[in-house]
Write a protein that binds this ligand. Structure first.
Ligand code: PLP
Length: 390
């Protein structure tokens, strides 16, 4: 398959980059586990940490096509992708502007590691383009955004930030994990570098840990140079599994979008719920921008129960929805960001970002919406009954 632009996304997911099984004519890409390849009389020196084994190269073609990028690389985790990408484009003396409410691990990476590399950083105080502009210094080299963000699903104007970066000669970088390539393609909006935790929607079954960086060939050559030093490559077996997972990504994510929309509407009208954060709701402050830049509003939402309903007790009463870490699997999960994803952040910083202790992050799976709603209703009823008898 040569031209990516003309193929529909489901065709790209199913076929792009696939390896032909010349020997047995099997339907799927064969898996090559070799860590040793011939060096003589060949063009490419293949080695897993060089990100160029047959399965790695095959998957990278699919990933690049999905993000409308010239090239992509696959890493051993989302954080390997985030850290390798940032360190590639930053060096001692540089400054980076990071959006507020980014993934907890990325926040932790910045505050715990940048100083030793001599890199300075600022966090935006909001999510508007002006908030990024305000933080720019003469030595700013990267603007880093994440939209929809974790865990409050704030929306940033991707094109606005990308244009600002272009105007100032700064590189723009986005964590596109929450949207997935199904719902948002930042390169079409002018962003330079796109990052994913493939552990989430790309893997989609809560059994793969991986990361992706996608950009122009020129940028990816630089990421590769750093990547071979940091050594964050992914095992070929997991690469092969991820190729398999991505084949059904569009079907999964669209079902999750639909579930999240219905769930957001249900929670919004519920008297037991104080706040719902979902960009698909017209009441969400980022709704209009989300409508312009996204093809779907995603499978993630957050909400707060009434203060009278104890959140930890509520988690314990759930029967179908799993109170568990991580997100984006085909099974629905909930967690408390204060206790998990944002536990490394100080209570003060969490409060600044509007992350309350009662906040619940909800990752919608593909179960029937009615069953999920029934589970929430029975859990709330049980907690209420407990507080009456207590
Ligand atoms: C999970 C996640 C990451 C980190 O990915 P890992 O695969 O856990 O290393 C980065 N960004 C976002 C938005 C995430 O959800």
């Amino acid at each position: 398959m040569k031209s990516n632009k003309t193929k529909g996304i489901n065709t790209v997911c199913t076929h792009e980059g696939e390896l032909e099984d010349k020997q047995f004519k099997g339907a799927v890409s064969p898996l090559y586990m070799s860590t040793s390849y011939q060096f003589d009389d060949v063009d490419v020196k293949r080695y897993p940490r060089y990100y160029n084994t047959p399965n790695q190269e095959a998957l990278c073609k699919k990933l690049a096509a999905l993000e409308h990028a010239e090239a992509a690389l696959i890493f051993g985790s989302g954080m390997a992708a985030v850290s390798t990408a940032l360190i590639t484009f930053l060096q001692a003396g540089d400054h980076v502007v990071l959006q507020q409410t980014i993934y907890g691990g990325t926040y932790h990476f910045a505050v715990s590691q940048f100083e030793r590399f001599g890199i300075s950083y600022s966090f935006t105080t909001g999510w508007e383009v002006e908030d990024f502009e305000k933080e720019i210094q003469p030595n700013t080299k990267v603007l880093y955004l994440e939209t929809p963000s974790n865990p409050l699903l704030t929306i940033t104007d991707v094109k606005g930030v990308a244009n600002l970066a272009k105007k100032k000669g700064i590189l723009s970088m986005i964590d596109n994990t929450f949207a997935s390539p199904v719902n948002q393609n930042p390169i079409d909006l002018g962003v330079d570098v796109v990052i994913h935790s493939a552990t989430k929607y790309m893997g989609g079954h809560s059994d793969i840990c991986a990361g992706v960086v996608a950009a122009s060939q020129e940028h990816m050559d630089k990421v590769w140079q750093t990547g071979i030093c940091f050594g964050g490559s992914l095992s070929d077996y997991t690469v092969w599994l991820l190729e398999r997972s991505i084949k059904t990504m569009v079907l999964r994510v669209r079902a999750q979008n639909e579930n999240a929309m219905k769930m957001a509407e249900y929670l919004y009208q519920s008297e037991d719920v104080d706040n719902v954060y979902y960009p698909g709701l017209p009441s969400h402050p980022g709704h209009d921008v989300a409508k312009k830049q996204m093809k779907g509003f995603g499978g993630m939402l957050s909400f707060e129960l009434n203060a009278s309903i104890d959140t930890s007790l509520f988690f314990k009463q759930l029967e179908l929805i799993k109170p568990s870490m991580s997100l984006a699997g085909i099974e629905s999960t909930m967690l408390s960001p204060t206790k998990t994803s944002h536990a490394l952040m100080s209570a003060e910083d969490r409060a600044k970002q509007g992350i309350k202790d009662s906040l619940i992050r909800f990752s919608l799976g593909i179960e029937e919406t009615e069953d999920l709603i029934a589970d929430i209703e029975q859990a709330i009823a049980k907690v209420k009954a407990m507080s009456v008898t207590a």
